[in-house]
Design a protein. Structure first.
Length: 315
């Protein structure tokens, strides 16, 4: 029994260390201050000598190891049909995970997290509840939490990115309107927006840079605009792409169409702000009732209640 307990303790420590290390690595990679993939590729195209030597970094070797192990680890969870695979790839595209092996790496992370949660839950239940029916619930709960945790992280990353695009798009449209009305073509206007706004509005500048790069590679403008609206999952960006396509198709002014689209987005943002302001009064009601009203009640009614109790005791 002592040997078994010691072995389980080692498993718990190893599983916990591995799980925490993987989570910490992904968090550091998410919040790191490095340039985005699109910016690195564009910088490399401008000056091939400026490309850093990634093979000397530990992060590069870890990424390579994960990419090599991903096909084997993700095999049990790989989508069985093309429809499910397209839906998963769309979710990853919306979160800016667009590598060739992004689907396999995501499924591998789900499997590793599920196994880590199962080991942690099983070891914890063994030390706390032993081999009982209640002790079986903790490994199952750990497995479910580990399995759905990558999806939850992906949801929050996607939501934050869509919110950033929604807030940055009107400013980008204003700059595009200025460029188009100054005589620049749409391609040059997109390039100018990507260059000028890459520091202040990184997400939308990166999307325009990718679209401009696709145009330089000879792809049809209609297909590039449709791809711009599809890969982000933002309705406003999809509406912008449709507006530009329709304006070019019928020969109307692209600058006027962009200005109308920018004004409508600003009106939409103003309406959302007014809606949130109108909800504030109702949302403040709950903390007032739970935290403030009990204190006021004690201060106002407390002395009277103590006086009544004192009089009743003296009778």
């Amino acid at each position: 029994m002592l040997l078994l307990a010691f072995g389980m303790k080692i498993i718990v420590i190893a599983a916990g260390f591995g799980f925490v290390s993987v989570i910490a690595w992904f968090v550091m990679d998410l919040f790191s201050s490095r340039k985005s993939t699109a910016e690195e590729r564009l910088d490399y195209l401008r000056d091939p000598r400026s490309r850093p030597n990634e093979k000397d970094s530990a992060k590069y070797h870890m990424t390579q190891l994960l990419e090599k192990a991903a096909p084997t680890l993700s095999a049990p969870l790989t989508p069985k049909n093309e429809k499910e695979e397209n839906q998963l790839r769309q979710k990853l595209d919306e979160a800016d995970l667009r590598g060739e092996t992004a689907t396999q790496i995501y499924m591998a992370c789900k499997l590793v997290a599920a196994i880590s949660g199962l080991l942690l839950g099983g070891a914890t239940s063994l030390f706390t509840a032993g081999f009982t029916l209640n002790g079986l619930m903790m490994p199952i709960a750990g497995f479910c939490i580990g399995f759905y945790l990558p999806g939850l992280v992906l949801y929050f990353v996607t939501k934050r990115r869509k919110q950033a695009i929604f807030l940055e798009l009107p400013d980008a449209l204003d700059l595009m309107v200025v460029c188009v009305e100054a005589g620049l073509a749409l391609d040059q206007a997109m390039r100018k927006v990507a260059e000028e706004m890459k520091k202040s509005h990184r997400v939308i500048a990166e999307e325009f840079a990718i679209s401009n790069f696709q145009l330089q590679m000879g792809k049809e403008r209609k297909d590039v605009l449709n791809e711009l609206g599809r890969r982000n999952g933002v309705d406003d960006l999809r509406a912008l792409s449709s507006t530009i396509i329709q304006a070019e198709k019928f020969g109307s002014s692209v600058g006027r169409a962009l200005r109308v689209q920018s004004d409508s987005m600003r009106v939409k943002r103003r309406q959302i702000a007014e809606e949130k302001a109108a909800k504030t009064a109702v949302q403040l009601l709950f903390p007032l009732v739970i935290f403030i009203f009990p204190g006021i009640f004690v201060v106002l009614v407390g002395p009277a209640a103590m006086t009544i109790m004192r009089e009743m005791l003296n009778m």
